[in-house]
Structures are given as C-alpha cells and as structure tokens.
Design a protein around this ligand. Sequence first.
Ligand code: RUG
Length: 838
Amino acid sequence: MDTRAAAAAVDHRPLSERAALNKEALKQSFLDNLFHTQGKFPALASKSDYYLALAYAVRERLLQRWISTAAEYMQKGARTVSYLSAEFLMGPHLGNNLINLGIYDEAKQAMTELGLNFDELLAQEEEPGLGNGGLGRLAACFIDSMATLEIPSLGYGIRYEFGIFHQSIVDGWQVEKTDKWLRYGNPWELQRPEWAVQVKLGGYTEHRSEEDGTLTVRWIPSRLVSGVPYDTPILGYRNNTANTLRLWSAQAPESFDFEVFNRGDYYGAVMQKMSSENLSKVLYPNDEHEGGKELRLEQQYFFVSCSLQDMIRIMQGQRLPLEHFHEKFAVQLNDTHPAIAVAELMRLLVDEHKMPWNRAWQVTCKTFAYTNHTLMPEALERWPLPLFKKVLPRHLEIIFEINARFLDEVRRRYPGDSARVARLSLIDESGPRYVRMAHLACVGSHAINGVAELHTELLKSDVLRDFYELWPNKFSNKTNGVTPRRWMVLANPRLTRLVSDSIGEDWIKHLDQLQKLEPLAESADFRSHWREIKRANKRALAEVIARRCNVAVDPDSMFDVQVKRIHEYKRQHLAALHIIALYLQLKAQPNLELAPRTFIFGGKAAPGYRMAKLMIKLITGIGDVVNRDPMVRDRLKVVFLPNFSVTNGQRIYPAADLSEQISTAGKEASGTGNMKFQMNGALTIGTMDGANIEIREVVGADNFFLFGLTTPQVYALQAQGYRPHDWYEQDPQLREVIDMIRDGYFSRGDASLFRPLVDSLLWHDPYFLFADFRSYVECQQRVGETWVDTERWTRMSILNSARSGKFSSDRSIRDYTKDIWHAPSVPVELLTEHHVRA
Ligand code: RUG
C-alpha cells in the first residue's frame, strides 16, 4: 500500500456516515483506523496493525447496533435471559462479525483492493479460548442464536487473562504453553469501570437480634475484590440485534489497598492486590481433581456475585422492585459451576435487601434453571465443607438453612426414609463432609434439563433419580445444537455457496430448510459438485497438516477424524487399536484391497491427566511407525494435529469424510462436534451415546455406521462382572494388537512406556474398549466397503447434511425459550447518531 495515497484518503466525516455496510465505506474506515487508532502508516504497519484496523472498522459498525439494542430493551423493559457460564469458547470474532453483518465478501474485496491478503489478516486474531471444550462452545453457540432470534440476553462469565493452554507436540508428547490471548489488546471489548462491583471473600459472620425481634446477619469478609466488567457485542445474523457478553475481571479495590498501606505495609498491600487479581488470571483446564482448589471456588463465586449484583443494578436503574427479579431475569446455570448463585441471590435478597426468607426463596426458585452436562460421577462438583466455610462462611449458613427446610419437605413426603434423606441432602455426610453443587442447583431451580434425550433419561433414572421422583415436572430434555453461522457459513464457504445457489439463503436462519437438498442427492451433477467441494476442503487441510505435522497426506484418501478433548471415556485409544489392527493386516497381506485412509486426531489432555497424555503419545507413536513404513505409508497415515481449537475446528470439520463418535454408551452427555461434522457432510461411525442417537434417528440407520454395546448392555456387563482379560484371550486380533503395544513396537522398544495403559485395559478397562473392539473393527470394515462406492458415499453425505436441521442451536434456544425462559423476542429498530444525541 502506498503511504501517501493512504494518508490522503483519511476521512473526517461523522461516524454514522462512515459506518455504512459497503466496500468503499469499509476501506475508508480501515484507513482511518490504521492512522488514528493504530497510529501507523503502511510502511510501518505490521499484519497485526492491519488486522486491528479492520477489526476497529468492523466494530464501528457493531456499535450502532449495540446502542440501538440497549435502547430498545430499556424502553421495552424487556425480559432478559442471563446465561451464567464459567466458560465461553468464542473463537475468533472478526470473520463471524463480518458474516453476521453480511459484509464478509465486501471486506475481502476491500482488503484485496488495498493490496492486502484478507485471509492473513483474519489469521492474526488471537482466539479467545475461554473454555475447555463442548460446554464453553455451547455457551458461545447459544448467545449467537439468542442474538439471531432477537431474544434479549446477557452472557455472564469470567475474563480469564490466560485461556485454555496452547498445546504443542514435542517428541510425541503434549507440551502446554500459556495462552496470552490479550497480548496485542482486544478490539472487541469495552471496559465498563463505572459498573464495577465489590465481592467479599472469607472472614466470618455476626448474628444479631434486633429490638423488633428480627435477626440480622453481617458478613465480615477478610478480603474484598473488585469485579470490572468487559463487554463484547454479540451480533445476530443479519438483523439489528447486538446483545452483550459481559466478562468480569478481578482487580484489587483501592480502598482496601489503602488500609494496609496506611498501616505502613506497602508490600502487604501489593501482595493483596496481586492475590485479588489472580482470581481471573487463568481458566482451569478441566483436571481430574478440582475439589480442593480454593481459587476455583473463588472464581465461581466471584463471577456469580458480580453478575447477580449487576442484574440488581439494572433493576434498580429501571426502578423495578426486587420482588419482580424473576420476571425481569431468567437465569440459566450452565452446569454446576455457577450453582452458588442460588445461595448468593438469597444472601443478596435477604441480608442486603431485607426481603423475608420465604419471599426471597420463591423469587430465587422462579429465577434459576439448571442444565446438567455430565453423567461422570467425578465431574459432579462437590466442595469440602471446611474449604467452603473458609471461602464463603455466610453461604454455608444459607445452604444449611435451605437444606434444613428442604429435608423437612422430603421427610414429610417420605416418612421414615432416612436413606433417601441422606441421598437428597445438600451435604454429603457419607465420609468427610462435602457441599453437593448439583443438589443445590436442583433445589434452587424451577427447571432442570439434560442436553440430549438419552442423557436426560439417564439423569432421571440414575444420577438425579431422587430429584426426579420428587419433582418430575421440573425435568425436561433440551438437545444441544451448534450455530450454522460459524460452523457452516464461516467454516465452509464453498459448501455455503453451493447450498445457497441450490435452495436460496433461508437455511442459514432456518436450518430445517436444508431438507430441500434431499432430492439433489439423486443428481449426479450435484453429487459431483459436492465431492469437488469436499476435495478442495481436504486439500486445504492437507496443507495445514503438511505445515504443522510435516506429514504429506493424500486428499483423495478417506479423512477419518476424531477431534475432541482426550479422555478415556471418549476412547481415542479404541481408534488407535483399530489402526494397529489395519496395519497388521496390511503387513500380513501386502496386496489386500484397502482404500487409503488418513486418520486425523486432535484434542487437548488436561495437564494433570496422565492417562490422556499417554493416549496422545500412543497415537503419535503409531504415526511414527505407520507413516514411515514403506509397505503401508501410501495407504495409511496417522496424524495428530496440535492445538485443537475453534480456529482449527473451522478447518477440520469441513474436510472430514468420517466422524468418529465412539464414546462408551452412557458416558457422553451429548457431544456437539458430532453435529458440526454432520452438517458439513461427514458420515458418523458411532455408539448409541449422547446425541449420536438423535443424529442416527434423523439421518436414518442406513446413513449411519453404528457399533458397540448399548447403555443397558454396558450396565449388564458391569453387573455380571466384566473381565477384559477374557476378551483379550478370546480374540486373536485384539491379542496381537495389545501385545504389540505392550512389547514396545510403538515406543522404540521401550516396553515400560505404555504399560499403565495396557494394564489398565487388560485388568480394568473401565470404558469397555475390549468389549466393543470386535464390533468396531467390523463396522469400520463396512465403512471401508461403502467408501469405495463413491456415488453411494456422496449420496449419504448429502443426506447427512440435509437432515442436520434439528442440530441448529436456534432450535435449542427456541426449546429453552418455549419451555423454560418464556422470554419473547424483541426486534430492534436502528437508531441513528441523531437519535442518540437527542
Ligand atoms: O461432555 C459434555 C458434552 O457431552 C456436551 O456436549 C457438552 C455441552 O453440553 O458439555 C460437555 N461437558 C460436560 N463439558 N464439561 C462437562 C462437565 O462439567
């Protein structure tokens, strides 16, 4: 770009004129921002400067929508959904905002005309990885859908300074690096210090009888932390709505610093400031044992308290009495991480706003609804009582009071059933005492939901059975969904163009309309287009793989993909066993007809989860052997793509032929990656688990590769005493595969490396790999046979995509709105600058 020409082009017109949604206006604001915001001219500007200049240009276009939305909601006194989530895995904003504003192509053209590479600019954005996986990404899809459906909503969470760690693979092992996503600033957020709130922690309580006979409680904290909100606009798709994601950052409150400072303890004051700011420092990476982590409990309480105080501020601003809190706000608890909100709202209403207990309890129960996301017992949060008391002494008292009243009700319903009372109690007293957060969420919510049909049924019959028996009407299912804006339109522009050219653009907001593609599955011409697109996407991914993994993969081979968190229950190691079986087959019969396959893995292991890290090492070890072996390397390739993230997912899902959804039946609550693959035309090989069951239901059994035990079969096998070693003895192929790992074939002769993994499988196999091995291998055989019939495969691929309408998060949000939130949509009229000033 020529500096003089660029300088001459700077424009001084008011923002409203400059913020038009067209190419020339965009170019203009880009140049203005390069000069006035970045303070750079082209000869000095870095790619990051260009990215930021474009981001600010886009932000100017968001602000008008954001202000108009806020004004509309205020004027209408709109009922608002508050989505409380410890994680929001947003992914990069720029591309998504351009799509939702409807100016993606214009922006691309504008940058190209300025001599810049648009894709390179997009790649500059540091992805805000403020989540671990499915749960955080679901929250991101949900706020996208709420904005698209024009439902007034606020996403509340934590502005972690370090998001999910960056994974690299060194010598086949996972290595973690901190994620400094804020290092170059974040153009998408606005700090709102004027809405900061104070949060208390620690200390003790004082109870006093007043003269009028009432009892007042004072909580004297040992620490105060200030919560400062950072707001990010969340655009709806091609409408005027821009809702808000409000993330809280912890800072030291000045007044408190001063107290220590005045005592002359300067270093003490500094330490206190640092310890306060630690609260929002880092996202916990979903480790196995979080129960004892004080900072994690503090984080949860911190963002919940900030958010509820913020809602109260909003009510007071609109002069609404707090008795009507539940009418103004529908608060959804995304898992148990924000469950402390039940006790905190009670504290705010009773202690701080002097509402009588019974009234406050009614308001609280009508306010909250709770989504459960897991059946894994170790993921159900509980906090040791002493720790809880140390951090939240007043809340423990409130929980005891809630529990006493609740258990009275239980005893009335089930006289003499003390075992049931113990099971339902908010306090686990079977050993050392714990506060059970799922119980607190169930008792304090008017609605409880699971995230897929099977999951909800298992909650009712197993994990939350006692609560279901008590309150069957509270329970419902809300199957997850994903936003087609990010996961199709942004991630797969080629497919988007083909689909829109064939059936129009309505499907982007009404995904059911993809059904119109079904007849096209019979057109040879359409199928050929469909294949060309998949091939182009695979070529693009192959380039990434060559760059990152230094492995050449063939875009004409089948891309067989498993990307998700690494966990034993998700069974990446089952896929590994199958690859070894294929390898052995090829070695034994070099002329075997076998269509070339590329196995692609991606996913992070929690840093403290040793078995998961060993699973990564096993996969990379298999890759080292297979990819180098001249006898097989043209037919099998194995790659582990490092640092699976939203950005990488956008490249991977559109390029997949086969989606691996192979968790043990009854373990995966829903899965959402399965939906992203399906939308983009991958076929699924999967168990009867989570949302796989519903995917199979909509695509039809003929278009889905099913294998493995069902949940009742898993339970039965467990009950009769599962002995994996017997399965090993009885299956020669399985034996050969396991022996090879055990003997060090994939660890350069080191027979000790995979010993923990092999021993766990042989003697425990808690996730039934051996029991499902034969069925999986046979199913993979069927996959291979189908793949070589290219036309049939393509037909199945088109039908998978055409029948994915159910899995739009728009459908999920409609379900929540209809059954739980009852929040009507509020279309927004755009304000001009003139309105705002007047
Ligand atoms: O493991 C579940 C997924 O099955 C599910 O699709 C996703 C969204 O509902 O949530 C995941 N999850 C569960 N993430 N964390 C938990 C437990 O806290």
